[in-house]
Design a protein around this ligand. Structure first.
Ligand SMILES: [Zn+2]
Length: 942
């Protein structure tokens, strides 16, 4: 037996079996109170427990042997599952084995009297750290054991030195000394030999590691939300316990949602968390409601993540957070630094970009500058993990890989098993105690996130500055997978937007509590494995239920009726369908009532040719678009037939739901031409031609191509019955436009990305995220593609594409199978996208005129400057004041004037948390708002 194993075996020199072990189940996820009332039977060792997701409850009675008086007594529990130890109705600790992140022991008595009668309950969940298990749980071991603290200490004393000696690159003379002395210890067993080695400390200079305990608990992923709650109970119960025994220990936990679950469902554990938060050991971090995806949610959603997160941390845990904690999101949009700053967050902890496939990030410590110039201090832990085991190799790796030694002497180590692993273990804390300042290891201490960032900020000298979006060169399928999540997310964002505006416009009692509830439910869906489509089917059952709850709730807040209303900050005039099903033309001011007007244009249909005052469109019998002429300039939009449906092989080497790999580009096959077409509307207000076609091996697609009177966009209303395997459906429009960059709408901003593969950075962007539009413009002309629910785009040369549907088979084998309904549109324009009002048109396409019971009598609010978008109108979080959110959409500067229908006495600028600052000047009853490029403005009006 190796020395380490021999020492380990001495930690538990004696064990004894329980007097009685009973089991009940399988049951669902029930409370410990309900579990006590189950019918129990004797547990049979070796019995297989299942099926997946079932729960069993054990009752254990045991007598502590008299001979163990004065000794520490532990429970040893090996069951290849995730379990929770409950004593007297309190969750005491997590016990998980068989799935990585082993935690097979729990301390029961610090000092036994001998003869105690113990009664324990153990809740066993038939799932592993990463959900599904190949082998079902089985009760392998259940014993009480006496704990030998000397053997425990000796094991870690030896193990840390042994691991250090193994490290390549250690000073050879120190390595030699370690080898010789460890060998002597193996022969003689004298602990003093090890103690003497620990006397060797670093010299005057050493890299410093700030280590912080953490459990990255995905709020849902390979398990459903309900199991995530239990993972938090296991994890937080264990961690609060270790804090008693390791006073130096600090544990960081993000995601207000997880704290909120505990507060609501396990008040006893919540009290323990509060106590440990007060003494600084339990460290709330992150400032967000969940750790959201950072590309797909709207700008307003990302702000609300911070508003609800910071509100919770402030109200329930006594302070706002100072950092955005987001190690695992799949890329970060360029407005985040500004949004973070506006939410009181000046620091950014991340990790994921170290997964880049083409270009590794150049820095671990850097200033991240957003699109508007806002700056935050960013850090990637150089160990390249947010779940370090805190052992010697990771400490050495941190020091070795750190890219910023010239400008910085300290870096962060985030340690602890994530997900079901339950966070840090005692072994990790022992290892860190020994590493401390041992010669050859970085100087390591356990700290809080604030202490680490304060130390970084205190460092003198220049920091590298990284500007703009942090594009993840990986996981590009997540803009498209599980299409319904994207569609319902976009729809629910709009619904809550409309509900807030209409409630303000109506006056009277504001449904603040209900909006709060619905917003939090939406923020939960934006978690970085739900919205991106990377979770299992069970998660999407919950997501469908929750999205529909938001739709129902929002609909109840703005009942339908006979009055048209425009819920956008742009005027509009368009053909709409009335509640009675008739086509009418409605004209409406910004945030104001629509009125029915006479049409001043008619659309004509002649076979496959559609024409209105703006566009002359010729469709092909195959379902393509042969020509789109902008009549004002007689310019042809297309370089070749557009609306080309393309199928690609979509077989990523791994991470099926996550990835679209670059070699898919080599497998393009155009879809079969349409089988048939027919004119289904022939003007004068609406022209529509329907095409039916087969797609791929087993799918069908129906498209209604629509041109309305007066419309500048050609719409494609699409229904797909989708049954493909590992295929990606895109639509391509080859545009008669030449430009080195295409423009994509992003949260409260846009991103320009290359249309060529000149460098590895360009090539890496072969599939990119975008919101309501993607545009390719040259001087004087361009065309945008608008979508109602899509987020994956690409542009190579003059070919602008939307990724419509994927068919990954893992982790959800049925992902995206079945019916889909979505729409996109081609918007050719004279001038660039800014002058042509593409931002407004993307919004109109996504927010049809609503028909409501009571609409405002006049425009509720409007801005006189097209650069500044009045995005959101709501009531203040904590008062009856009106809040306006605006953003500069074009990268320009100016002074805008905002007109409000309601009388007001004063207005102040505020941050996202609605902390008020400077007063806003009022001239002629209008708010005067100077703005700078890409600025997000919050105005509180009373
Ligand atoms: Zn994650």
């Amino acid at each position: 037996m190796q020395t380490a194993e021999r020492l380990r075996a001495l930690v538990y020199p004696e064990t004894c079996a329980p007097d009685e072990l009973l089991v009940a189940g399988p049951v669902g996820r029930i409370s410990p109170g309900d579990a006590a009332a189950l019918d129990y039977r004797p547990a049979v060792p070796g019995e297989r427990l299942g099926p997946l997701w079932a729960t069993y409850w054990f009752q254990l009675r045991a007598t502590v042997p008299e001979a163990w008086q004065g000794r520490r007594v532990d429970l040893l529990w090996v069951s290849r599952s995730e379990s929770t130890l409950w004593i007297d109705g309190r969750s005491v600790q997590g016990l998980n084995t068989g799935g990585g992140g082993e935690r097979p022991d729990a301390l029961l008595l610090h000092e036994a009297r001998g003869g105690e009668q113990l009664e324990l309950a153990i809740e066993l969940a038939c799932n592993g750290m990463f959900g599904r298990k190949e082998v079902l749980p089985e009760l392998e071991r259940c014993e009480l054991a006496v704990f030998d603290p000397d053997a425990w200490r000796l094991f870690f004393d030896f193990e840390t030195l042994r691991a250090l000696e193994c490290e390549a690159g250690l000073d050879p003379s120190w390595a030699g000394e370690l080898r010789s002395e460890l060998n002597r210890f193996c022969n003689e067993g004298d602990p003093q030999i090890l103690a003497a080695l620990y006397e060797h400390t670093n010299g005057t200079h050493a890299h410093e590691i700030a280590a912080i305990g953490h459990a990255h608990i995905d709020t849902a992923w390979l398990w459903p939300l309900a199991e995530s709650y239990r993972k938090t109970v296991r994890t937080f119960s264990s961690q609060t316990r270790y804090m008693d025994d390791y006073p130096e220990y600090r544990f960081a936990c993000s995601q207000a949602q997880q704290y909120a679950w505990i507060k609501e469902r396990n008040p006893d554990l919540w009290e323990r968390i509060l106590e440990k938060a007060r003494n600084g050991q339990f460290v709330p971090v992150g400032g967000s409601w969940v750790e959201p995806d950072c590309n797909i949610p709207s700008g307003e959603s990302l702000l609300r993540q911070f508003v609800h997160g910071q509100r919770f941390f402030e109200e329930e845990l006594g302070a706002r957070c100072n950092e955005f904690w987001s190690p695992d999101a799949f890329g970060y949009c360029s407005q985040l630094p500004q949004l973070m700053r506006q939410a009181g967050l000046s620091r950014f902890l991340t990790q994921k970009l170290s997964w880049n496939r083409f270009n590794r990030p150049d820095h671990h410590t850097f200033v991240w500058q957003g699109i508007d110039g806002s700056e935050v201090l960013g850090h990637y832990p150089p160990a390249d993990t947010y779940s370090s085991d805190a052992q010697v190799p990771d400490l050495m790796r941190t020091q070795r890989e750190y890219l910023d030694h010239e400008s910085s002497g300290t870096s962060l180590l985030v340690f602890g098993y994530g997900d079901g692993g339950g966070g840090p273990t005692r072994a990790m804390l022992e290892s860190l105690r020994r590493a401390h300042d041992l010669q050859g290891l970085p100087r390591t201490r356990v700290t809080s996130s604030d202490e680490f960032f304060e130390a970084l900020e205190a460092e003198a000298g220049e920091r590298p500055v990284v500007v703009g979006e942090l594009y993840l060169e990986y996981h590009r399928g997540v803009y498209t997978s599980q299409a319904f999540t994207k569609q319902l997310n976009r729809r629910c964002e709009q619904l809550l937007h409309d509900a807030e505006f209409l409630a303000c416009a109506r006056g009277g009692a504001y449904p603040g509590a209900e909006l709060d509830r619905l917003w939090k439910l939406l923020l939960l869906q934006q978690f970085h494995d739900i919205l991106p489509g990377s979770s299992i089917a069970l998660v999407y059952d919950d997501a469908r239920r929750d999205f529909h709850e938001i739709e129902r709730g929002a609909a109840a807040l703005c009942p339908g009726g006979e009055t048209p209303v425009n819920t956008l900050g742009f005027p509009r005039r368009e053909v709409v369908t009335s509640p009675a099903g008739e086509l009418r033309v409605v004209e409406a001011p910004p945030y104001g009532p629509g009125r029915l007007v006479q049409a001043d244009d008619a659309v004509r249909v002649d076979g496959l040719t559609l024409e209105n005052e703006h566009l002359l469109v010729r469709l092909g019998e195959d379902g393509g678009v042969e020509s789109v002429i902008v009549k004002a300039t007689r310019r042809e939009t297309l370089a070749a037939a557009g609306n080309r449906l393309e199928l690609y092989d979509d077989r990523p080497t791994k991470f099926d739901a996550w990835d679209i790999d670059p070699f898919h580009l080599e497998t393009r096959a155009d879809c079969e031409p349409a089988d048939s077409w027919e004119v289904v509307s022939n003007g004068p207000l609406r022209a529509e031609v329907a095409f039916a076609r087969r797609v791929g091996a087993a799918s069908t697609l129906r498209q209604v191509v629509r041109l309305d009177a007066g419309a500048r966009r050609l719409e494609f209303h699409t229904t797909v019955d989708w049954h493909e395997e590992h295929k990606l459906l895109k639509v391509c429009f080859p545009l008669d436009v030449r430009a080195p960059n295409a423009t994509y709408e992003m949260p409260f901003a846009y991103a320009e990305r290359p249309t060529h593969f000149s460098t590895s950075f360009d090539r890496a962007r072969y599939e990119v995220p975008g919101h309501r539009f993607a545009d390719l413009s040259e001087h004087g002309f361009g065309a945008a593609l608008l979508t109602d629910s899509k987020y994956g785009y690409s542009c190579y040369g003059n070919e602008l594409r939307i990724s419509l549907l994927r068919s990954p088979k893992s982790p959800d084998p049925d992902a995206d199978m079945g019916g889909h309904e979505f729409a996109y549109a081609l918007l050719p324009h004279v001038g660039g996208w800014r002058e042509a009002g593409v931002v407004a048109e993307g919004m109109r396409f996504n927010a049809p005129i609503r028909w409501v019971r009571d609409a405002p009598d006049e425009s509720f609010a409007s801005v006189d400057d097209p650069n500044l978008v009045l995005d959101t109108i709501k009531r203040a979080e904590r008062s009856e004041a009106l809040v306006l959110r605006l953003y500069e959409a074009h990268g320009g500067r100016g002074v805008a004037r905002v007109a409000l229908a309601a009388p007001f006495t004063r207005a102040h600028l505020a941050n996202a948390l609605e902390d008020e600052a400077d007063a806003v000047t009022v001239e002629d009853g209008r708010l005067v708002l100077p703005y700078r490029p890409h600025e997000v403005l919050t105005v509180v009006v009373r």
